[in-house]
Design a binder for this molecule. Structure first.
Ligand code: FEO
Length: 179
């Protein structure tokens, strides 16, 4: 039965597995951002909490995009198990440090899958993943800018309050040249 199903899809088992692992990573990111939102909410950083709630939904959207793609090309999309979500954070800054680390890890993992796609001449999946690579430029940019606020504004006195106020203002415009 499994062999028969395989003949109905051009997706190799290796790429299908890699995509299902990416589904798990996106689901994990979504859950981590939800935990970060909760932490920020409880510590009075309301704007950052909302930022993380939005990020959490976006990551779920990413997960669903891959999930749907696997099914659209006749593969088997697996509903991910998400465990081991860190709920507590050392500091406001640590939350954003982990955000940037997480986004860099996601970029690296998508790059690895695209590399594998080229190796296996799966140009369809490589093209599909192009959107994710572009999205990661934005995600990393926003995480980096957020983290920079801690140095430019400083955390002393009303610093953290000011940082939280600036978080919703961070946006990414890929066409901006600064001219
Ligand atoms: Fe879907 Fe931010 O990686």
């Amino acid at each position: 039965m499994k062999d028969l199903l395989r003949r109905k899809t051009s997706l190799t088992e290796e790429i299908e597995t890699a995509l299902n692992e990416q589904i798990k990573r996106e689901a994990h990111s979504s859950a981590v951002y939800l935990a970060m939102g909760s932490w920020c909410d409880q510590h009075g950083f309301e704007n950052s909490a909302n930022f993380f709630y939005r990020q959490s939904s976006e990551e779920r959207g990413h997960m669903m995009k891959i999930f749907k793609y696997i099914l659209d090309v006749g593969g088997n999309a697996v509903s991910p198990e998400v465990t081991g979500i860190q709920q507590d954070y050392d500091s406001f800054r640590a939350v954003f440090e982990q955000t940037l680390e997480q986004e860099i890890a996601i970029t690296q993992s998508i790059n690895r899958i695209v590399g594998k796609c080229y190796q296996m001449q799966d140009f369809t999946t490589a093209t599909f993943l192009q959107w994710f690579l572009e999205e990661q430029i934005e995600e990393e940019y926003i995480a980096r800018r957020a983290l920079e606020l801690f140095d430019t504004i400083g955390e002393e006195g009303v610093g953290r309050y000011m940082i939280d106020k600036q978080i919703p203002k961070i946006s990414y415009d890929k066409n901006e040249t600064g001219e």
